[in-house]
Design a protein. Sequence first.
Length: 355
Amino acid sequence: MKRIAAALFILFMVTTGISFASAESYSLPGSYNPTGAYTIPYNNIGISEIVTIDLNVTLVNTGQYPKFVIVNPRYDFEVHRLDGSENMTSIISGGQIYHVPGNESKIVLNYYVGFWIMPYETVLVSFRITNQNPYIVQTTDYSSLCGNGKITQVNYENGGLVSGVIQELPEISRITCGVMYPQLINSPNVMTIKSMFPLMDSSIKVIKYDGIVRMKLTNVPGNPSPCISGECEEGAFGEKANFWTLFAVTVPLLFPDGKMYDYTPHYTMTFKEYMERYMNFTEKASPPPTTQNAPELSGMFPLSNKLLTGVTVTPTSEFKPNPSTDFQAELPIWIILMKGEVVITYRVSWRTGGW
């Protein structure tokens, strides 16, 4: 018979006579709604992930007739020519996401948004997914032999932890549930030239692109900021998160055709090294300790409260790394230990004809 969840011991005693102005709680897994316009999910260890993209793309029309390029409305865009009125941006207002066009007579055709390219014209266009309408990814749950035998609900009052719920396991034959290691909680969405620019016209060609990808990982219950930019008020739980999280994360967007570089902060290891170190650890005998000191996590990224936070992705095109391919084996992996949040950025670029 399934056991009833036992109450987590009270960590903060409520003294008689003290009144609390606010009470908050969260359950794992769960979600939060920072703006009223979209909901950000987090996994069973409270990690969420949001991504923004900024790409500058150079295109050319090699034909003798004007062509209208249709843009996916999920992207803001701006054509860099004349008065700059050929654009569309997303904004949040009153809990709704609105798409605001520039000069609609120039960017709308057959009720589709986009832009014209004149015969033999080369044009620079910026495509963006911004913090007003970010790409939200669902992080993978952390798994162990204890299953859901963990803290599943936490209650706060005035930013202090007062109570919660911890699930018990029905069987007693299992005393421990394995060793904690940084499980990979996301996988990248693959962005190729053909998938990004299916132009369906031989005269429209992409010459190059350059851009930056920004991934923000947040320990949501600890710091559910109501906005992405960090310029608004602190969330209900503030900086009083009581629980550390340990996990691994990779890039949210993979550009196999192009160049990915300038990782900030630099990644901890490659996917091949991660597989060798963590995924096969049960098959290797542990070497005898050489000192009495606590073991060091060799190769792990220097960690701090302000550096790392994690979340998982459920992309439309899921990437499943194969270590036999050199490029996939070199996929960057960050090992993260955190309470708050971390922002990881990297640059991408591509040129026609290669480098």
